[in-house]
Ligand binder design. Structure first.
Ligand code: AMP
Ligand code: TRP
Length: 325
């Protein structure tokens, strides 16, 4: 299968992004043809710091590599480097109903969050995302739960294109992780972990051990002192249990047993240790790659050429079908 996925280079990629998306990529890469994109054109739809963008792009690439994406096998590249993304997004925009776009949860949330930054790009965000996927004829898209609605719209757009102009696009399917599709905020476990919230609410993949310990020890817990997985009654502890379970591959039941009769403090200390050890290679790889950014840039350039070859072929087909050019 052809797999496509992407992450915005907005800095502070957190364990929610990792457990919701990147971790699955590594498994999928073994048996599929994968295209992983650093979607900088999506990142600019919300306020951002121009000076930080290049660093964030290299950081995102480091995360892909540290997590185990194999650049020989999979294609890793930067979205804005392949012009066809913008071109296809424009064309697909002409068959995307405005009504569908205005129903998108992310658009509603982001417009509330950034009241003075409600731009047409933010509204058209899902059209660009559909273009990303369809340009490579992506058949499956591994993402966290929050992106399911966008992939659904990409299916609708593919179907519409095929009916109107001729069948060229597969209808992409979402691949959600079995668990961990939605990691919640450490400070408010009713909200999803998000990089645009306060730094105390998420664990970045590059956080120092001291910061990780501080954040976990301060994480919101629930009344009572039992360590039990129960999302409605104990959302805080359940979220921490889920993170523990996903990073150790131990079922939550087993972790509950392990901490039976012990307090939240002891559990959190142990979780901090688990997280620190798990993320150690990420910090190491980032440090190493910071001194080798020529290597990372070269790798992204190679990815760009490979991506371009596919993108150009698709665009030729699309232009022909639409009677353009
Ligand atoms: P973004 O940071 O929005 O570019 O997200 C990159 C990927 O991480 C997407 O596949 C999201 O669905 C996923 N993701 C973001 N936040 C979370 C979360 N709190 N839990 C699980 N997955 C997430
Ligand atoms: N919108 C996705 C997010 O916020 C990122 C993204 C852009 C993406 N294009 C994509 C994900 C294509 C999967 C496929 O997480």
């Amino acid at each position: 299968m052809r797999i496509f996925s992407g992450i915005r280079p907005t800095g502070n990629i957190h364990i929610g992004n990792y457990l919701g998306a990147v971790k699955q990529w590594i498994e999928l890469q073994k048996k599929n043809e994968c295209v992983f994109c650093i979607v900088d054109m999506h990142a600019i739809t919300t306020p951002y710091d121009v000076k930080e963008m290049q660093k964030n792009i290299i950081d995102a690439a480091s995360i892909y590599l540290a997590a185990g994406v194999d650049p020989e096998k999979s294609i890793i590249f930067v979205q804005s480097g392949v012009k066809e993304h913008a071109e296809l997004a424009w064309l697909l925009g002409t068959i995307t109903p405005m009504g569908e776009l205005s129903r998108m949860t992310q658009f509603k949330e982001k417009s509330k969050q950034h009241k003075d930054y409600i731009n047409a790009g933010l509204f058209n965000y899902p059209v660009l995302m559909a273009a990303d996927i369809l340009l490579y004829k992506g058949e499956a898209v591994p993402v966290g739960k929050d992106q399911e609605q966008h992939v659904e719209l990409a299916r609708t757009i593919a179907k519409k294109f095929n009916q109107k102009f001729g069948n060229i696009f597969p209808e992409p399917e979402t691949i959600l992780p079995k668990s961990g599709a939605k990691i919640m905020s450490l400070t408010d476990p009713k909200k999803k972990m998000s990089k645009s919230d306060d730094a105390k609410s998420y664990i970045s993949l590059f956080d120092t051990p001291e910061d990780i310990t501080k954040k976990i020890m301060a994480a919101s817990t629930d009344s009572g002192k039992d360590i039990i997985y129960n999302i409605t009654k104990k959302p805080g502890i359940s979220n921490l249990l889920m993170i523990y379970s996903l990073l150790t591959d131990e079922p939550t039941k087993k972790i509950e047993e392990k901490f039976k009769g012990k307090g939240y403090g002891e559990f959190k200390k142990s979780l901090a240790e688990v997280v620190i050890n798990y993320l150690e290679p990420f910090r190491r790889k980032q440090k190493e790659l910071q001194t080798r950014d020529v290597y990372v840039k070269e790798l992204l350039n190679k990815g760009k050429s490979r991506a371009e070859t596919i993108a150009k072929t698709t665009m030729q087909e699309v232009r022909e079908k639409m009677g353009l050019g």
